[in-house]
Design a protein around this ligand. Structure first.
Ligand code: C2O
Ligand code: CU
Length: 498
């Protein structure tokens, strides 16, 4: 059974306990920042990616087996236009089933990457593998599972505003270990409104995928295994209950990398792709972030922050003006929730002056106010553990995930207030529908809650109200905790747009 760790750990600023690597950690700021390659269409509007194992040099001097889209971690970046109906064929050459979710995508339900809508490796039987759903006793009714052999097409209409989306594995019960092994990448939606702004562009517009990992002595990823057919890591129950955190911080797959920049504005599209770790990002020696976008696209107007807390799956679209620093400066992106090695994230080296034609306009996007009075109903989703001690599960409204049993049936074209209550750090994500934060514990939202979002950082014993709009598609979707270990421990629920 799964034991809940002592209550002391439940209210702190970080969710889990850090899993120590068994190899010597590399020196920070010695590896250049990689930028993931762009995905190339096979013909206009059509892409194909292969999920496969590959070896990568993540820690200098050793190699790590990753499971990546096109064998890379992060996977290729899809750079696409709003309204450009795009088909992505995903071919699964891994030894395990997969499901690919476009996080933040306004996607038809059968392309949403539902956990039991699986691509099974060609030649493998259709059915849940041993050690799968049986772990939690959920989803045992196979009639709701669907299987595709070897490959399938996902359709992304992209009828949505420009935004930084990402795609990742979503397999029932195994999302956490499969994302840890590398199954994640960016999908950037662009549109005319965003293009017309004088924000930094080209190589000054950089996606940054931040995540933590730990490593075994031989360079392989260290991850606590719950699979009795392999080996069960000591302490795995506690690690799973809180969420797994590593002691190496990777940005775009490189440990504590550095990037040389000119003394100009840069647009940094930050994604926290960690399983469980939250970060409080700050610049050293001092500095500020100008936020221009959130999960679901541009803000109405820029917001300035000296620190940004980013929970798993959240995105922050930030501009940093490196002309605030003298040429020759080292500007370190710190995680001030971390300690020791997890306090560093990456470093910018301001190496030269350059012409900067960019600007941050006072008005970024047409205002789309969240009007509380437009809500047709209010629903509560309570994220908490069933109980303390052996056999505990993470649940929503007291229920572990039951595929095909929706907790809500919102109507297409309406807005609702959803109240998220919680007993721990739960980054709550809603598929399909975007929302704005209305309040935290009855008080106005934080400055970092601005804009349309798909994931919100719900902290222990908080009540967070959001206004959710259901647009685009009818059908089965889900809301869940994006602490991936919690997700795998059944902290998910269906809703059906009718
Ligand atoms: Cu990024 Cu259902 O998840
Ligand atoms: Cu959670």
């Amino acid at each position: 059974g799964l034991a809940v760790a002592g209550c002391g750990g439940l209210t702190g600023e970080t969710a889990g306990e850090t899993l120590a690597s068994a190899l010597p950690l590399p020196r920070p700021f010695t590896v250049p920042l990689p930028v993931p390659a762009l995905a190339r269409p096979t013909r206009p509007g059509h892409y194909e990616v292969v999920q496969r194992a590959a070896r990568m040099e993540i820690i200098p001097g050793t190699t790590t087996e990753v499971w990546g889209f096109d064998g890379t971690f992060p996977g290729p970046t899809f750079d696409l236009r709003r309204g450009g109906r795009t088909t992505v064929r995903v071919r699964n050459e891994l030894p395990v089933p997969t499901s690919t979710h476009l996080h933040g995508g306004v996607t038809p339900p059968d392309s949403d990457g539902y956990p039991t809508d699986l691509v099974v490796p060609a030649g493998q039987g259709f059915g849940p593998p041993p050690g799968g759903h049986t772990r939690h006793g959920t989803g045992a009714d196979l009639s709701s599972w669907t299987f595709h052999s070897g490959a399938r097409d996902y359709l992304y209409p992209l009828d949505q505003r420009a935004a930084t989306l990402w795609y990742h594995d979503h397999r029932m019960d195994f999302t956490a270990p499969q994302v840890w092994r590398g199954l994640a990448g960016f999908l950037i939606v662009r549109d005319d409104e965003d293009d017309a702004l004088p924000l930094p562009k080209g190589e000054r517009d950089i996606p940054l995928m931040i995540c933590d990992r730990s490593f075994e002595e031989d360079g392989s990823f260290r991850y606590p295994s719950l699979d009795p057919s392999l080996r069960v890591t000591p302490g795995v129950e506690d690690a799973y209950m809180e969420g797994v955190e590593g002691d190496v911080i990777l940005v775009n797959g490189a440990p504590w990398p550095f990037l040389e920049v000119s003394a100009t504005r840069h647009r940094l599209r930050l994604l926290n792709a960690s399983n469980a770790r939250r970060y409080r990002l700050e610049l050293s020696p001092g500095g500020r972030f100008t936020q221009v976008g959130s999960d679901a696209g541009l803000l109405t107007a820029p917001v300035t922050h000296s620190a940004v807390v980013i929970a798993p799956a959240e995105r922050f679209d930030l501009v940093v003006d490196f002309s605030d620093y003298p040429v020759g400066s080292e500007v370190t992106l710190l995680n001030t929730l971390g300690s020791g090695p997890t306090r560093n994230v990456m470093r910018f080296l301001v190496t030269r002056r350059a012409v900067d034609g960019s600007a941050i306009p006072k008005r970024l996007s047409r205002p789309e106010p969240a009007d509380r009075s437009s809500a047709v109903t209010t629903r509560t989703f309570d994220f908490r553990a069933t109980r303390r001690g052996p056999g505990a599960l993470w649940t929503i409204n007291g229920q572990p995930f039951r595929p095909g049993r929706p907790l809500a049936r919102p109507r297409l074209g309406t807005a609702e207030i959803w109240r998220f209550t919680s007993d721990f750090h739960h980054p709550v994500h809603v598929h399909l529908a975007h929302f704005q934060v209305l309040s935290r514990n009855g008080r106005p939202p934080a400055a970092t809650d601005a804009g349309w979002k798909d994931t919100v950082d719900v902290r222990p014993y908080e009540v967070v109200e959001v206004l959710v709009r259901f647009e685009g598609h009818r059908g089965r979707y889900m809301t869940h905790c994006h602490n991936l270990e919690h997700e795998d421990m059944a902290m998910m629920a269906d809703f059906e747009v009718v």
